[in-house]
Write a protein that binds this ligand. Structure first.
Ligand code: BGC
Length: 712
């Protein structure tokens, strides 16, 4: 640090794109000269081992101080081989698999020389109008927290310096998912309690798991943009959570402080961000251009700049970049590693599918089915399967539904026609597709959103099927009804859609999100019965848009809905209940739960409860059931949500088999933030609820008594 000039220091605080995959308004040209001059210390959006190595060589061998570059990329759900989008992968409710896919993605990206991923995205989201719900963990803080831990563990591995480790960037701190009206980048205004109970815990968990970096959200929180939010970045993140790592701004976010209306110019914007603790300026060039002016004006000190430079250099050191800047990308991956990863993508894809409905034994397809009409605009759409953030994956790399089915069984006669486009008014192809339906034994109706209709800058006010898809789907359903053919709707989306009519009329509905490189094979595995579906939805599916935001963790209020009392909390025109609750997901088994018991029932704050429930598979096939554990604190000094998720367990049972499932719950996890927002363990009764989803009518309930620990 003593040898560095101001320009070189500001270079270490600067991250620019190489022009590969720009996600924002600023496009920077060739950075080669700046790297040699030591005035760019970090890059994003660069892929390919040879390119990365050459850029690194310029920094290490041709710059004055030879400080290696930190090169990051959005390795969100895979790099070249894609796993399901994060919302889909959340449906697995399986921390080990969440960690495993992150590990595989890290290996693949690190083998190209990358050292940082802008993931995991940990924004709890309860408004499906917001397109970025696709990139995140869903609606629940407990679930998001488990994902945070698993992903950081997976991306970073045991040792950040290892050749296959990536520095993980937990993003976007904080409450980005609560943008007003679900409109991306809009203002956020949530209570301090909701911030601490819902939006912050996943970030605290990521920090506790050792996340190397954090990215503040683009948004403002009650008027204070997160990029300049000293209270949350310095006091909460670095203070309360104990975060020691690097804060990297979001794309151009520092310059946007001017548009937010809290800075008059780039120098003031840069000063705000630096003082809040933002170390790396991604794509705004505000630090290089603004901080020298800010220094002159006395808005920042050299000590503050040095503090950030030290953090960036420390991270580079932890990543092993000073020891050997080429350790990542030195050895290309073997063909066996790639094929293993594809297999994993297939099995994870199949497990991410949520079977929302299955009637008349539509699924798995009967053995008599030979001719299958695979219709709809997403039936043979390989590039769409990758989802809204496809990283460095090739378009041709993803398997479509039609291709997956053809490969699944040679005896299948797979007939395909799109019928309509995803989003156009053209209905000229409808009749041809309907004719295929007439000729088929079963119909797979593949409808939904285009991949780019969710993700960043992809909010939607209408959550139905775009274009003429509904018209087409209704025609298919009508044609099928006349001939008694099963219609299996395969729904592609980056969010829950609002489709009560489809859920009513189709025989089966699969939420297939965007499953990544192996999508079609994964769907074929479930449809043919090779894999019994086990995914559970990590978000509530509304029956009407006007119900949004709809999530299970609501409070009772003083006038809970009562059909016989007008002056209670409900709508005149739609029930309060969702179309599908959080946790919903059918299997090829049929599970019954009984005999819920908890020990101890008198609980002290140091205890761990064991919760047992018997699970029996009454169905005709082996399947995996997920058993959720919720709690409800009936009387507390601050009203608690009607259900709070506290865990889950999985069990696979053969037909007729019974097993006892045991969950554990630490009494300490029943603490909540008291009236003063400090954690409080409050004596009283707490309901323990266990069952298949967040629908209270389907849960077994028992009650425990909490009391203070007796002094020993
Ligand atoms: C997104 C981030 C992403 C960054 C870099 C931004 O537009 O908000 O999530 O990491 O671009 O690609």
């Amino acid at each position: 640090m003593g040898a560095m000039t101001l320009a070189e220091k500001l270079g270490q605080l600067t991250m620019t794109a190489s022009g590969y995959a720009v996600t924002g308004p600023i496009i920077v040209g060739d950075s080669t000269d700046a790297i040699k001059a030591g005035t760019i210390g970090n890059l994003l959006n660069l892929v390919g081992a040879a390119h990365i190595r050459e850029m690194q060589r310029l920094a290490v061998e041709e710059s004055r101080l030879g400080i290696p570059l930190l090169i990051g990329f959005d390795v969100v759900h895979g790099h070249r081989i894609l796993f399901p989008i994060p919302l889909g992968e959340a449906a697995l409710f399986d921390p080990d698999t969440w960690a495993l896919t992150a590990r595989e993605a890290a290996k693949e990206a690190a083998a190209e020389g990358l050292a940082m991923t802008f993931a995991p995205m940990l924004d709890v989201a309860r408004d499906p109008r917001w397109g970025r719900i696709a990139e995140g963990p869903g609606e629940d803080p407990w679930l998001a927290t488990r994902i945070a831990e698993a992903k950081v563990r997976g991306f970073q591995g045991a040792n950040l310096a290892a050749a296959d480790a990536l520095a993980s960037v937990a993003k976007h701190f904080c409450a980005y998912g609560a943008v007003t009206a679900g409109r991306d980048y809009a203002s956020v205004d949530v209570s301090e309690r909701t911030l601490r109970e819902v939006y912050m815990p996943p970030f605290a968990a990521a920090v506790a798991a050792g996340a190397a970096a954090v990215m503040p959200a683009f948004t403002d929180l009650a008027g204070v943009p997160m990029t300049a939010n000293k209270d949350l970045l310095r006091n909460a993140l670095r203070g309360r959570f104990g975060f020691k790592g690097v804060i990297v701004s979001d794309y151009n976010a520092i310059a946007e402080l001017v548009r937010h209306g809290i800075a008059a110019d780039l120098a003031q914007a840069a000063a705000h961000a630096l003082k809040a603790g933002v170390d790396i300026d991604m794509m705004a060039d505000a630090y290089r251009r603004g901080l020298p002016v800010a220094l002159e004006r006395g808005l920042v000190t050299m000590t503050e700049i040095d503090e950030s430079v030290r953090r960036v250099l420390t991270l580079k050191e932890q990543l092993g970049l000073f020891d050997d800047p080429y350790r990542r990308g030195a050895v290309p991956e073997s063909a066996a590693a790639l094929s293993h990863r594809r297999q994993l993508a297939r099995s994870v894809g199949a497990r991410a599918i949520v079977m929302l409905k299955n009637e008349r034994e539509a699924l798995p397809l009967a053995h008599s089915v030979r001719r299958i009409a695979v219709v709809g605009p997403l039936a043979d759409a390989p590039s769409q399967m990758r989802g809204p953030w496809w990283g460095a994956a090739e378009e041709e790399g993803a398997v479509s539904v039609a291709a997956g089915l053809r490969a699944a069984r040679p005896e299948f006669q797979v007939m395909h026609a799109p019928g309509v486009d995803i989003d156009s008014e053209d209905v000229s192809g409808m009749e041809a597709a309907l004719e295929l339906c007439t000729a088929a034994d079963a119909i797979l109706l593949c409808v939904g959103e285009a991949a780019t209709m969710s993700g960043e800058a992809a909010s939607r006010a209408h959550l139905g099927l775009p274009g003429k898809q509904r018209e087409f789907a209704e025609a298919v359903l009508q044609r099928a009804r006349a001939s008694e053919k099963p219609v299996i709707a395969v729904l592609f989306s980056g969010r829950p859609l609002v489709l009560p009519w489809l859920a009513e009329k189709a025989d089966a509905v699969l939420a297939a999100w965007f499953l990544g490189s192996e999508a079609g094979n994964a769907i074929a595995d479930v449809v043919t019965g090779r894999v019994s579906p086990s995914g559970r939805t990590p978000v509530t599916w509304p029956r009407a848009q006007g119900q949004i935001p709809l999530f299970f963790g609501q409070r009772s209020g003083g006038r809970p809905a009562d059909p016989n009392d007008r002056y209670t909390s409900k709508y005149l025109d739609v029930p309060n209940a969702p179309l599908f609750p959080f946790g919903h997901g059918l299997t090829y088994g049929r599970f019954a739960l009984s005999n819920l018991r908890v020990t101890p029932v008198d609980v002290e704050d140091i205890d761990t409860m064991r919760i047992h429930v018997d699970v029996r598979n009454d169905g005709p096939r082996e399947a995996q059931e997920t058993v959720f554990l919720f709690t409800h604190d009936k009387v507390a000094s601050v009203a608690r949500p009607l259900l709070e998720l506290k865990g889950w367990a999985k069990v696979t049972l053969r037909p007729g088999e019974t097993a006892t499932v045991t969950l554990s719950l630490r009494a300490a996890d029943l603490r909540f933030l008291g009236p003063d927002l400090e954690p409080l363990f409050e004596p009283g009764q707490v309901e323990i609820l266990v069952g298949p989803c967040a629908d209270r009518s389907k849960l077994l309930v028992t009650t425990v008594d909490l009391s203070w620990s007796r002094p020993c």
